[in-house]
Design a binder for this molecule. Structure first.
Ligand code: 5AD
Ligand code: SF4
Length: 456
């Protein structure tokens, strides 16, 4: 009988996109995709290593699965993704119920690994554990059409590049996901077109820094080591041209590389969404330098201004880290000041977490006490809450075109969708259907949601 895998995903959008590649590889090899942990012979945990708390969550989950394994003796657990890459076989030594680990560039080996796990059992080879963690400079999984997992059939992720070589001082990603490489543009456009034909109406192009798409010299589709001829604005334009009814989003933009050409292309196509995720990390030049971010606050604000000039209605979101090495109260105040200046529509806010192997781990002290990190983080969160509410209040009375996504989580009588700015709008159902565009007028708001009415 066909064996089944269940894939559990933690972390960023990129990991969710990877899980769909993993599902495709395993389906092709004859495995079924289980609907739940109960419905599987293998549980694959696709993990995140960006902060310690992300890793602790996965450790907790792995231990929880042990009880289930005691009841079902054939059930095997494997750890995939960034934590697998970072810890390698150490993870199997520390968590004895993990049978194999597989890093982000080794997913094509998974069918072989699963088969080996079963073979080892048959041969009663004890402690024969498997680790595939080699990183690649060329793997982009370009030829694999992802199997969409638990999606809404309306919006999908498309991974356009892998890895990162920016080496921000605090960040583990360059070590867990390897060198930056771009996927062949034709396969990306092909995937987006095929999604549109299947009824999807929104794609999000994903990369650690999409602005350097196509600029890293290797690999090129020409196979000659030259840079691609298609850069990110070109690629965005190609995807936007598939159909005006197909929305295009992207993440993430490194502020150092955000070009005017990108803004021009965005402004030219109404179906490229008016939303830019522009992680700032800190509002202090001293911190930015120590973080190796390669831009200043002045440069960042210039980019924000350029965005607003090109698209006055564009929303801007960010990531920020509180309590990085040697951060003073003055540095922290500078971050709060920057938040007041930019007026972000949304922010992902984190406490600094020291990661083994990074530049900061080797050279910089993790010297802000935990309680002080928490205090600074809470101050940023409180300020951003006020800003978001203030921003949303300005939306009351405006009308937006909303891509309807499904039933609201709060009420069966209501639907929700997003506008181009990626804001969630909730409204009474009327005759609206998921997967279609409808005009909605904003009547009221909270800091997180706009509440409105269908405009007939
Ligand atoms: N500690 C806290 N936050 C981090 N990030 C990356 N590394 C760390 C770390 N060591 C945050 C950054 C990045 C986001 C994806 O995660 O803000 O933009
Ligand atoms: Fe990490 Fe910096 Fe790369 Fe983003 S750009 S993944 S923060 S190293």
């Amino acid at each position: 009988m066909m064996e089944k895998v269940y894939i559990e995903t933690y972390g960023c959008q990129m990991n969710f996109a990877d899980s769909e590649v993993i599902a495709a590889i395993l389906t092709k090899a004859g495995y079924g995709i289980g609907e739940s942990v109960e419905d599987a012979d293998f549980i694959l945990i696709n993990t995140c290593a960006i902060r310690d708390n992300a890793e602790q969550r996965v450790r907790h989950r792995v231990r929880e699965l042990k009880a289930m394994q005691n009841r079902r003796h054939n059930l095997r657990v494997g750890v995939l993704g960034c934590m697998a890459e970072r810890l390698q076989s150490r993870l199997m030594a520390e968590e004895e119920n993990v049978s194999f680990v597989c890093g982000p560039d080794a997913y094509r080996r998974l069918p072989g690994m699963l088969a080996q796990v079963r073979k080892n059992e048959e041969l009663r080879v004890k402690n024969e554990k498997l680790a595939e963690v080699e990183l690649s400079t060329t793997e982009t999984y370009a030829d694999i059409e992802p199997v969409r997992l638990a999606g809404n059939g309306i919006s999908a992720y498309i991974s356009i590049m892998r890895g990162c070589q920016n080496y921000c001082a605090y960040c583990v990603v360059p070590y867990t996901r390897g060198r930056e490489r771009s996927r062949d543009p034709e396969t990306i456009v092909g995937e987006a077109r095929s999604l549109f034909e299947q009824g999807y109406r929104e794609v999000t192009l994903l990369g650690q820094n999409v602005n350097s798409y196509g600029l890293t010299p290797s690999p090129s589709p020409l196979g000659d080591g030259s840079a691609m001829r298609v850069d990110f604005p070109d690629l965005l334009e190609l995807v936007a041209q598939i159909d005006p009814q197909m929305r295009v989003r992207f993440a993430t933009s490194h502020p150092k590389d955000l070009s005017d050409k990108l803004l021009e292309v965005m402004a030219k196509y109404p179906n490229i969404c008016r939303c830019i995720h522009l992680p700032v990390q800190s509002g202090s030049n001293r911190m930015l330098k120590l973080m190796n971010r390669k831009y200043t606050v002045e440069w960042y604000l210039d980019r924000v201004e350029a965005i607003r000039r090109a698209m006055p209605d564009c929303s801007i979101t960010t990531d920020v880290i509180a309590g990085f090495s040697t951060e003073t109260l003055e540095d922290h105040e500078a971050t709060l000041d920057l938040f007041r200046k930019v007026h972000y529509d949304y922010a992902y806010m984190f406490k600094y977490s020291l990661r083994e192997g990074t530049y900061a781990w080797k050279h910089l002290a993790d010297d802000i006490p935990e309680e002080e990190k928490t205090r600074r983080l809470n101050e940023i969160i409180a300020l951003q809450g006020e800003i978001a509410l203030e921003n949303n209040r300005k939306e009351v009375g405006k009308e937006y075109e909303v891509l309807v996504e499904g039933e609201s989580h709060r009420s069966k009588e209501q639907l929700f969708g997003r506008n181009s700015q990626n804001k969630v709008l909730v409204f009474d159902k009327g005759d609206a259907r998921p997967g279609t565009y409808r005009r909605v007028r904003v009547d009221s708001c909270t800091a997180a949601t706009l509440i409105g009415t269908l405009v007939q």
